[in-house]
Design a protein around this ligand. Sequence first.
Ligand code: SAM
Length: 242
Amino acid sequence: MINSGKVSGDYATLDGDVYNHMVRVLRMGSGDSVQLADENGNVRCGVIEQVTRERVTVRISSLLDNAAGDSEAPRITICQALPKGDKIDLILQKGTELGAHDFRLFGGCRSVVRIRDDQLTGRLERWNRITSEAARQCGRSDVPAVSWRSGAQEAADDSGQELRLILWEGERERTLKEALALQAKPVSVAVAIGPEGGFDPLELRHFTRQGFQPVSLGSRILRTETASIAILAIMQYVWGDL
Ligand code: SAM
């Protein structure tokens, strides 16, 4: 998803994570056709005109109707603290099948696994291959992008979604059912899920300061991969296309 502020007239100039995903992961180049969805649900079709070391310039040819009309499921971003081992493979594969729009992975305070800078490009390529393969297998026309943030603060700060939830087993007031019932169908949703050790209090505070509402999934403590898959299925059932 791009920020609509990156569009000026008939051109979109893309950098940062979107650049990395397009150029480094999907290996796109001049002449390739692209579809660019923004936070307002607009989808612009265009062709890559120029690729430099930091920017991609897309010449826009058409603007599709608001693709997130009432009949469309919300665009769901899974903000997932990195879990141990290959659990992330399951989360990415099942989340893709369940219609996640994109995955924003981050290093949680209590994440056991740490990613060194020199490992990041390879891991992003691998994670995006998992979502590409899962999308192909389940017949999706779009492929959820997988991006990385170094910590919870960066993951929380970067959220322009209309509805933001953080799954927290310590929440006693608000159940997920109440949170969804109080909310008209959003265009976009971000959901934060902690690693095996859960969220650190500072992380929880930062997410809530960025508008993430803590919600409970009930009295049982779910594994991080179970919680991630369950919240997607529930939201797709309530607002989406399940
Ligand atoms: N800190 C927890 C413990 O050991 O007591 C474990 C965290 S749980 C394994 C991993 C993540 O799944 C949590 O950070 C939370 O995001 C989510 N989660 C699991 N069970 C949940 C529940 N009942 N309500 C809300 N979130 C839950």
